[in-house]
Design a protein around this ligand. Structure first.
Ligand SMILES: [Zn+2]
Length: 184
């Protein structure tokens, strides 16, 4: 594996230990001296994800990690917690030993864990993954989430926490709701 800092092809192992399902190696780049970590794990039998349109796609940890990273972007989370979350889910999936799993089930697993990790990341992930039909459904989810803790609903201004494309969608659905309101 190339150095993530300078892309040099060679590194030396300075520490190696067994973790859950594999081996964790601390490495030092032979060119720039930066340290980084690699994990070596056994590749289990293929696991396929059943998409919403019934297509099958081989499970891809990187894809899962990218989705979680996006939701956790700029959140004050401990280093490594996002990777750990992806590791946990991957391990859980293979523990179940199924050949196929619906993408929705994986989404639920991510949400369950994000809920305990970071509420903002949870809402971001939920807003993309659940594809909330309208602002009301999203607001209900947010209210449920924060209601018990602070006893107040999230002000509308906080919706800027959502990804841009989602914001546009919400704005559009809100306009639709207003139009309906005027008609009724
Ligand atoms: Zn380097």
């Amino acid at each position: 594996m190339n150095c993530p800092y300078c892309d040099f092809y060679d590194s030396k192992v300075i520490d190696s230990r067994e973790v859950n399902d594999g081996i964790r190696r601390r490495r030092q780049c032979l060119s720039c001296g930066s340290r980084f970590t690699t994990y070596e794990r056994l590749q289990p039998a293929s696991l396929f994800v059943i998409k919403k349109d019934e297509r099958r796609e081989e499970f891809n940890r990187d894809k899962l990690l990218t989705g979680i990273r996006k939701a956790c972007e700029k959140r004050p989370l401990p280093t490594g917690s996002v990777d750990k979350l992806a590791d946990d889910i991957e391990a859980e999936l293979y523990r179940q030993g199924k050949a196929e799993i619906p993408s929705a089930a994986i989404g639920d697993m991510v949400m369950e864990r994000l809920k305990n990790l970071d509420h903002v990341a949870y809402i971001r992930f939920a807003s993309v993954y659940r594809e909330f039909a309208d602002i009301t459904a999203l607001k209900q989810e947010v209210d449920t989430l924060v209601g018990s803790e602070v006893g107040a609903s999230l002000p509308t201004s906080q919706l800027s926490l959502l990804p841009d494309d989602k914001l546009g969608e919400i704005a559009r659905s809100r306009r639709r709701v207003q139009k309906r309101g005027r008609r009724g």
